[in-house]
Design a protein around this ligand. Structure first.
Ligand SMILES: [Mg+2]
Length: 238
């Protein structure tokens, strides 16, 4: 079901009472990871490349090749893994890098509460499974769409599985989740922070922006939460 063309951006700070039961039809809530549930990173790939000092020229070339349509996402992913492997980005070294990051305040408890309330929960992210598993080892997500890394016995990157659901693919990811759950897209919410979430926010039944990195995200969101105010989800989804 396509969304109606006119959408109201609804800053939470302007009304506290209006949030209760804002969207009673929502049954599934999908989350972005980087910047939305994990703080102090905008994109984990960027954080890792900066931390390990990957070759910036080759990094930018691969990114440009992807956005120009010269290589598919999976090739960009594989290319970046080569760059990280060159810089000795072992599993343990990545975990050491993650020590500078932390989950958004209250995220674990908020997710657990939403699951207890009966919502179906999902991640649709271009981040990495190693980050999700590190900060949310016993997460309540029913579905996880994310890039997956493979390490050898000594912890070196062997390869990985690229997610088909990053960037514009995130919208297809939400459609796939709706299909799996027998839901309409109007019953699916998405929570995100950045421009790679724009396509999925435009198809979600309820688009929520938090820790917003770009004005287009605020424009695409039905609800804009204050910085770090993830707990407001407990009011939106009673
Ligand atoms: Mg993000």
């Amino acid at each position: 079901m396509p969304k109606p063309p006119s959408r109201t951006v609804y800053p939470v700070s302007q009304s506290d009472t209006g949030l209760m039961g804002y969207s009673p039809s929502i049954r599934l809530i999908a989350f972005d990871l980087d910047g939305t549930l994990v703080d102090r990173t905008t994109y984990i790939w960027q954080t890792l490349h900066d931390h390990f000092g990957s070759d910036p020229t080759r990094r930018e070339q691969a990114k440009a090749d992807f956005f120009a349509g010269r290589i598919p996402y999976a090739d960009w992913f594989a290319h970046d893994l080569v760059l990280l492997r060159e810089r000795k980005a072992t599993r343990q070294a990545m975990l050491d890098c993650f020590a500078d990051l932390h989950p958004v305040e209250g995220a674990k408890e908020i997710l657990d509460t939403l699951a207890q309330r009966g919502y179906r929960l999902a991640v649709i992210s271009g981040s990495l499974d190693v980050l999700l598993d590190h900060f949310f080892p016993s997460h309540p997500f029913h579905h996880v769409f994310i890039n997956r890394l493979h390490f050898d016995e000594s912890g070196h990157i062997q390869g990985g599985d690229a997610t088909p659901y990053d960037l514009e693919g995130k919208a297809r990811g939400l459609e796939e989740l709706a299909r799996r759950e027998g839901l309409d897209l109007s019953q699916c919410a998405f929570v995100g922070d950045n421009v790679n979430d724009l396509d999925v926010m435009r198809v979600a039944g309820l688009a929520i922006g938090i820790n917003i990195k770009h004005p287009d995200v605020a424009a695409a969101a039905d609800l804009v939460l204050e910085q770090g105010a993830l707990s407001r989800l407990l009011e939106i989804f009673p």
